[in-house]
Design a protein around this ligand. Structure first.
Ligand code: C5P
Length: 397
């Protein structure tokens, strides 16, 4: 519930502005107090009268009232708000926010807001995926703003694709999980990505792990209040949430050292990284020259999850298993050998699951052998399922 929360809603000029009316009704139903700031263009899509009536407050558009000179202070609005939601956020407004342009009240309020900002983009599919827009969204994320991702489906243009504003119900869910913050005060260690095992100064043994699953879990936990330390192998991903501290490592041994150092101050660890099992015994100092034959001796790396399993006491330890055969049995054996509380199995036999993909299909196996099966979903939604399961574990403990 959002009882008593001050929600500032910014409406920009996109066709999805009609959904703002529903969003306001839902916010009020949740017990929130709502004030609305609109751009001039937004008034073409939905009337101020509708919005003012639903929000029970006059809407704000101008910097001041031209009739009597009364000042609409963007600073005060920003201070009043517990959250500022910009929905719909057009490509134009997103671009202006990303570059600090302040030519209307919605934007000056954005620049001076101290509260968390949630941005729900809404535009046609080609505008949405244009690198300019994608870069702007990344910039806004890097400033700590939360992007409530656009949905895929039919668009106002008649085209099908990604760009529809998130449904008001989803925006409410997002806010609720933010304000509930069930992981507030919890310290979580997450490993993600591949490791690079050095052969010589320019070559390594690596794997195809993209890091997407681990980063999505980090993001979800941070949004739910956790303090996250993300120990990551080399990836192309960036982290945006202010609650995530990123520690970059390359090799399995570096990851091991950081995990051992940081685990004692954590309550939970999620081992998502695809750690190399073997590493070159004696990496060459100089680049290996062309030759007809080459033998590289490998030695076993340390099993990080198993080491944390020895140290864990009453901490919660979660592992992953990527299997290609006898999946359930192999995963359960891993859970036991590493002393995990639960293990998340993904099978390479499931289309759309595993490395690199944006989707995943998981089964969670618990210490007592209970299995929970999930459908194929985007990794962001899989992360939510995992975090919900984890929340259940904390409450059991
Ligand atoms: O590679 P394997 O399938 O055994 O990995 C299972 C789990 O153990 C994963 O959670 C992985 O992150 C973790 N692991 C680890 N250190 C290793 C190998 C695997 O933490 N050296």
């Amino acid at each position: 519930m959002l009882t008593g929360k001050h929600i500032l809603l910014g409406i920009t000029g996109g066709i999805a502005a009609y959904k703002s009316a529903i969003l306001i009704r839902l916010l009020i139903k949740e017990g929130a107090e709502v004030r609305v700031v609109m751009t001039e263009a937004a008034k073409q899509f939905i009337t101020p009268l509708t919005i003012a009536t639903l929000s029970k407050n006059p809407i704000l558009v101008e910097f001041f009232n031209p009739e009597n000179g009364e000042w609409n202070s963007h600073v005060n609005l920003g201070l009043w708000a517990d959250a500022y939601i910009i929905a719909p956020a057009t490509a134009n407004s997103i671009g202006k926010m990303a570059s600090g342009i302040a030519d209307n009240l919605l934007l000056t309020t954005y620049l001076s807001a101290k509260c968390p900002v949630f941005i729900a983009p809404s535009m046609d599919l080609d505008m949405y995926r244009h690198p300019a827009n994608q870069n702007n969204l990344e910039i806004l994320q890097s400033y700590g703003n939360s992007i409530i991702d656009a949905e895929t489906g039919e668009l106002a243009s008649g085209l099908e694709g990604k760009g529809r504003m998130a449904e008001p119900e989803r925006i409410i869910e997002y806010l609720n999980s933010y304000f509930d913050a069930p992981f507030l005060g919890k310290h979580v260690l997450i490993t993600a990505g591949p490791t690079y095992e050095k052969i010589d100064p320019v070559r390594f043994i690596g794997n195809y792990s993209s890091g997407k699953m681990g980063y999505a879990i980090a993001e979800t936990l941070a949004q739910q209040g956790a303090d996250v330390v993300l120990i990551t192998g080399p990836t192309h991903l960036s982290v945006s949430h202010p609650n995530i501290r990123r520690v970059n490592v390359a090799s399995a041994n570096e990851m091991y050292e950081e995990c051992i150092r940081l685990f004692p101050s954590c309550d939970i660890a999620v081992m998502c990284a695809a750690v190399a099992d073997f590493t070159p015994e004696n990496p060459e100092e100089n680049k290996i020259k062309q030759k007809t034959e080459l033998t590289i001796n490998l030695s076993k790396t340390k099993d990080i999850a198993a080491a944390l399993g020895q140290m864990k006491q009453d901490r919660i330890l979660v592992g992953f298993a990527l299997e290609t055969c006898d999946e359930l049995d192999n995963a359960y054996a891993k859970l036991q050998s590493k002393n995990l509380d639960f293990i998340i199995l993904n099978s390479l036999n499931d289309a759309g699951a595993g490395f690199g993909a944006n989707t995943n299909k998981i089964t969670i196996i618990d210490r007592n052998g209970t299995k929970t099966f999930f459908d194929l979903k985007p990794k962001k939604d899989v992360a939510k399922d995992i975090v919900t399961y984890l929340y259940g574990k904390i409450n059991d403990a």
